[in-house]
Design a protein around this ligand. Structure first.
Ligand code: ADP
Ligand code: MG
Length: 255
């Protein structure tokens, strides 16, 4: 994807749960190969935004375009095939399976053409199980879990489990990776590693949509920040722009 192209765009996207407007006419553009973060207080509508763009919720009104295609009424598995991958706010790994197996199930056969070929620059013509396993090992190495390939996922420290989730999502060769609070429960050192990983993904033209509570992390890692408050976008721009926005300072930083 060329620099400056749009990966995902929402137009007046609204999600109502009964009388509660969880996303209120959200119009945002995610540029390809950038880290785009969504912040806001608890209940602001961050997870709802991710759930709408990933097809888990169907927006009440408005539209979504992903990679130049209308994505508004598409289901999550269709969006996954188009290159949209996500992790969940609560880890959903297969505890009894090894790390390697967890990555392999992330790559459903339909998505396996060129498992993460962009990053690893692997030829995509050799499609057999051994090849997948080799590629899955490369992904584990990429996220720093190469020593844990045969370990059961449940035996991993929590921070490692989060990285395994990311490896599993990357096995789908995504164009867009959605991360909902990936730093929750991580140590300072683990957050540093996660930030490096996220920047590296963006440098490989994988767009990252990041929802995070951890404001320092957001400010350090993001190209673009969207601030939600009661479902509405109150600010959207670069870190510097958002930091100096009076509405943000008042509503979010509370100073
Ligand atoms: P955040 O992730 O920013 O904490 P959410 O997107 O989870 O916020 O929630 C935004 C609002 O929408 C909250 O008031 C929440 O209770 C409500 N909400 C989210 N999902 C649902 C749902 N499936 N049904 C009803 N209300 C929901
Ligand atoms: Mg949330």
């Amino acid at each position: 994807t060329a620099a400056g192209t749009t990966c995902l765009q929402t137009k007046d996207m609204t999600m109502a749960f009964g009388g509660l407007i969880a996303n209120d006419k959200v119009s945002e553009v995610l540029k390809a190969g950038t880290v785009h973060s969504v912040i806001g207080p608890n209940g602001a509508g961050k997870s709802t935004f991710i759930n709408c763009v990933s097809g888990f919720y169907r927006p009440t009104s408005g539209s979504i375009e992903f990679m130049g295609q209308i994505a508004t009424a598409k289901q999550s598995h269709q969006l996954a095939r188009m290159g949209l991958a996500r992790t969940f706010q609560n880890t959903e790994l297969f505890g009894d399976m090894t790390c390697l197996e967890n990555v392999l199930v992330g790559a459903d056969s339909r998505y396996r053409s060129g498992l993460f070929a962009t990053l690893l620059r692997l030829p995509s013509y050799f499609h057999d199980e051994r090849r997948y396993a080799a590629e899955a090992r490369c992904l584990l190495e990429y996220v720093g879990l190469d020593d844990y390939a045969e370990e059961k996922a449940r035996n991993l420290p929590f921070g490692h489990q989060r990285r395994l989730e990311i490896a599993r999502a990357l096995a789908m060769s995504p164009k867009l990776l959605l991360l909902d609070e990936p730093a929750a429960g991580l140590t300072h050192g683990e957050i540093e590693d996660l930030m490096k990983l996220i920047r590296n993904l963006a440098s490989h033209q994988i767009t990252v949509l990041l929802v995070e509570h951890h404001v320092d992390m957001i400010m350090a890692v993001s190209d673009h920040v969207t601030v939600l408050d009661y479902g509405k976008v109150i600010a959207s721009g670069t870190v510097a722009e958002v930091r100096s926005n009076p509405a943000v300072i008042e509503a979010y930083f509370g100073t």
